[in-house]
Design a protein around this ligand. Structure first.
Ligand code: HEM
Length: 132
């Protein structure tokens, strides 16, 4: 294994672990939404988990950039998944920015939290890693 490949693999594993942890937020929320209204402790739990969703996704995105930079593999699915990740990360950050009107933030939230975007993101990542 070349040195670059070793670095790429290391950051790939870190990135995978971080993304799984950060985005398990979504299925957890989907399940918990069935049991509303939430007791106070569940509401506090999701408030803290949302903070983690944001910060851990940003760290995962940095790990992903290093992973991709040192990797020898390139294909259209991986490129597309990188673009969708950039979009989700920036839309996520901008959604919280005080500089935008609440209308703009609402629209960004709508796109950021779409189930289809999430599923396309997952499908591209998986496809990109299984095709030669
Ligand atoms: C690849 C990275 C990301 C993915 C796949 C992703 C995906 C999602 C999904 C599916 C939801 C919907 C959850 C729900 O309906 O309750 C969500 C919510 C949210 N995400 Fe992300 N996200 C990512 C990164 C980020 C980042 C980097 C930030 C901010 C720094 C962020 C901020 C938020 C916020 C604030 C919400 C809650 C929206 C609300 O309920 O008002 N996300 N994200």
């Amino acid at each position: 294994m070349s040195e670059n490949e070793g670095i790429s693999n290391f950051f790939g594993i870190i990135c995978l672990l971080l993304f799984v942890f950060a985005n398990a937020y979504y299925p957890a929320r989907l399940i918990a939404n069935q049991y509303r209204p939430w007791p106070k402790d569940i509401a506090i739990f999701f408030k803290k988990y949302l903070d983690l969703h944001m910060s851990v996704n940003i760290v995962a995105f940095i790990a992903m950039t290093i992973h991709a930079h040192f990797s020898d593999d390139r294909n259209i699915f991986l490129m597309a998944s990188l673009l969708v990740t950039v979009w989700l990360t920036f839309a996520g950050i901008l959604m919280r920015s005080k500089k935008f009107s609440s209308d703009t933030k609402k629209q960004m939230r709508l796109i950021h939290t779409q189930q289809t975007v999430f599923l396309v993101w997952l499908a591209l990542l998986i496809l990109g890693h299984v095709v030669e």
